[in-house]
Write a protein that binds this ligand. Structure first.
Ligand code: KG4
Ligand code: ZN
Length: 371
């Protein structure tokens, strides 16, 4: 089989990213990533305590050409060496997505190459296969980031069946909002992760939400495990309660002591909050793995960089006899190598996009249908 060289572009949120990857062919299942460049906008958004969509799209416009040129030169390929262009179509911020989609469409048209539309969440899932090409299937995969907390069943590679998702905040969003109310900088996940190491995670009991009732405003349909009666939505998540609970705790503490949290108390709050989020995520993930007979569990997305999540998930997987796999830290947060991996898989399956492709900010990910 001839090699396919693909350029992938990712601009769904606040990272401008591009990557060049080559299809491994029949005997090499994992694509080879030749280059991957990420221009982070974190410094721009930090001042505002979160991503400002208007600033994000304008920065993508400034950065994208340079990021793509650098990616091609790092991979030692020219424009005409490219066989296909992949781009994140959604979900994400519409202004940000539009920049990548317009660029990719123009390039595909100018070079007369096929265009592949990738779902950002499929990209996060494929980051696992980039790092672990032999990931055992069927698998249950948790995608946990600033915008998403969703559980998928993968009966086979390239099929993603939605099992559950957050009903309110994403886990990363909860990390970022709690960090903000504690006066910490953006993004909050890595800061809380670091401060929590000095704290006692059992010092404060923040609530761990468990779903006992169906969602009153369900989104895309989720899949139920065969032969197991289960409350619809049992595998959903909710993180707004724990965030409010931290806010109340801090208010109460300030009123009682007449001062804010000292260093040790702050570390205890971070550790206890982090424990509540990690417990909720892993409770649902291992429950799904058990019910679907998963041979492995994958955890991807920005929050999968969390050190406590990695530690507890690995230990629990060991106890249950299910391997738990993570992407490398570079592939955990937003990047285009994962979009290239998903794009090459789709291209192999013949799934190319029309030149009329539109950015879809709420694009759902569910293939293989609901049952
Ligand atoms: O996947 P990602 O880069 O972008 C989205 O698609 O949202 O994820 C970013 C999110 C942010 O909310 C950030 O706070 C969180 O991932 N994050 C972490 C850690 N590193 C990044 N959360 C907890 N612990 C970390 N170490
Ligand atoms: Zn992401």
């Amino acid at each position: 089989m001839n090699q396919t060289t693909l350029l992938a572009i990712e601009t769904s949120c606040d990272e401008t990213a591009a990557a060049v990857a080559v299809d491994g062919g029949q005997d090499r299942p994992a694509p080879e990533v030749r280059s991957s460049v990420v221009a982070s906008q974190v410094e721009i958004h930090r001042e505002w305590g979160g991503v400002v969509p208007e600033l994000a799209s304008r920065q993508h416009l400034r950065d994208l050409c340079g990021v793509v040129e650098r990616t091609l030169s790092d991979a030692h390929v020219g424009w005409t060496d490219l066989d296909a262009i992949a781009v994140t179509q959604g979900p994400g911020l519409v202004g940000s997505l539009l920049v990548g989609v317009a660029f990719a469409k123009s390039l595909a048209l100018a070079l007369e190459r096929p265009l592949v539309a990738v779902n950002h969440l499929a990209g996060h899932i494929e980051s696992l296969f980039l790092c672990h090409p032999d990931l055992a299937l069927p698998a249950v995969v948790l995608v946990v980031s600033g915008g998403h907390s969703s559980l998928y069943h993968l009966p086979e590679a390239g099929t993603y069946r939605l099992l559950g998702r957050t009903r309110d905040d994403a886990a990363g969003e909860a990390f970022d909002k709690v960090a903000k109310l504690l006066g910490l900088s953006y993004p909050g996940g890595p800061v809380i992760d670091r401060l929590a190491r000095a704290g006692d995670e059992r010092s404060i009991r923040f609530p761990v939400a468990r779903m006992t009732h169906p969602d009153r405003a369900p989104g895309a349909p989720t899949v139920q495990p065969p032969g197991f009666p289960m409350t619809p939505g049992r595998l959903d998540f909710s993180f707004s309660g724990v965030k409010t609970s931290v806010a109340r705790y801090v208010q109460r503490h300030t009123a009682e002591h007449g001062r804010g949290l000292n260093e040790r108390e702050l570390a205890d709050v971070c550790a206890s909050f982090q424990r509540a989020v990690v417990d909720a995520l892993l409770d649902g993930t291992f429950e799904a793995a058990r019910r679907f007979g998963a041979r492995s569990v994958g955890i991807a997305g920005g929050v999968s960089a969390n050190s406590r999540l990695r530690e507890v998930a690995t230990a629990e997987g060991h106890e249950r006899g299910v391997p738990v796999l993570f992407p490398t830290l570079h592939l955990a947060t937003d990047n285009a190598a994962m979009i290239a991996a998903a794009g090459l898989r789709q291209l192999r399956a013949g799934a190319t996009a029309s030149r009329e492709l539109k950015a879809l900010p709420t694009l759902p990910l569910a293939t293989g249908g609901a049952s």
